[in-house]
Design a protein around this ligand. Sequence first.
Ligand code: SAM
Ligand code: SF4
Ligand code: SF4
Length: 384
Amino acid sequence: MAEKVIPIADLRHLEQPLAPWGEAGHAAAPGTSHQAEGLLQDALGRPLRDLRISVTDRCNFRCSYCMPKQVFDKDYEFLPHKDLLSFEEITLLARVFVAHGVQKIRLTGGEPLLRRNIEALIEMLSELRTPEGLPLDLTLTTNGSLLARKAKSLRAAGLQRVTVSLDGLEDAVFQRMNDVGFPVAEVLQGIEAAQAAGLGPIKVNMVVKRGVNEDQILPMARYFKGRGISLRFIEYMDVGATNGWRMDEVLPSKEVLSRLREVFEMQPLSAAAPGETAERWAYADGQGEIGLISSVTQAFCGDCNRARLSTEGKLYTCLFAHRGHDLRQLLRAPSSNAAELSSAIAQVWNTRADRYSQLRGAMAADSSLPRDAERRVEMHYIGG
Ligand code: SAM
Ligand code: SF4
Ligand code: SF4
């Protein structure tokens, strides 16, 4: 590929080329300096460290909080295959992101294990190195349904670890949550297979909905305690526009913690890494730890270092964004080159000022602020 450097200043001042990049607010102010290479910082001083890549918008579950059946039915049009980024395109973009400071890549979706031959992508990504020559922290979030079958091949391809989503231990509750009648036992087998294959340390994500699966908090904690698996309780979020989210269905993390502390003696742990989303607590008897992800009640935008690449190659700088920046268009342009992609990504990150979770509180308190949930991007499309 011919290396043609397009000065970022040109991109900055041209109205037309900026159009697919999202809202006017994302266009850089004239005079802003953009770093085309190297480490980036956004408008609030946050680095870019974590890239989540959605490899498919399809899923074999219909979790009511993510892909409710009434919307994602047999008539729903998922993306055609030609619109998905190919593995080569994903790897090319990932390489540019890594040069800009990304150290961790998480494959997600939809259900990432539904993407055919995902192992080939993992192999390609596992060869990337940071500017310091270090391998990436390469991980994947899955509903676990295909994990028992795939754990060994994923590990062999170079995947380091997995996060498995599981919302309860009782079949009646879990099946109501996944809404396709998928049994708990098969997810647990998947987790065991992942452990046996060396895909650890494993995390298990449980979305807690008040009145739906809150009675599963203690059974889940008891089950995973002492197994070398960190169970993370996630507050049900108002992501997307289809799940009919209501604040009264959110069970705040502090309530989860107090229920745990009625039974277990627990001690707070310090964050393992900057930008970590979970508040960690250890069992005092040394039998492991849990995490609390309080996306609703305790905003962690202040050190949010995550970018998201959608299935069709749009870059989102916040889970609650309305629009992404079309990297696929740049990637597939006849004159496409890595330098241009690099400048474009730098421009987006350097002007990023997202902090939705911090503002959510203000919006709830002030009814004059706009309610714009209907325009938000869906979780299964940009990945969690
Ligand atoms: N299908 C895979 C899975 O379920 O693990 C990966 C994609 S899924 C979108 C990623 C994570 O987002 C899952 O742990 C899921 O529970 C979480 N999630 C989806 N919708 C959510 C919501 N409304 N609130 C909180 N977490 C949510
Ligand atoms: Fe599928 Fe994951 Fe969304 Fe559930 S949370 S519907 S498993 S993408
Ligand atoms: Fe990051 Fe947006 Fe979530 Fe805040 S609301 S933590 S900026 S993804």
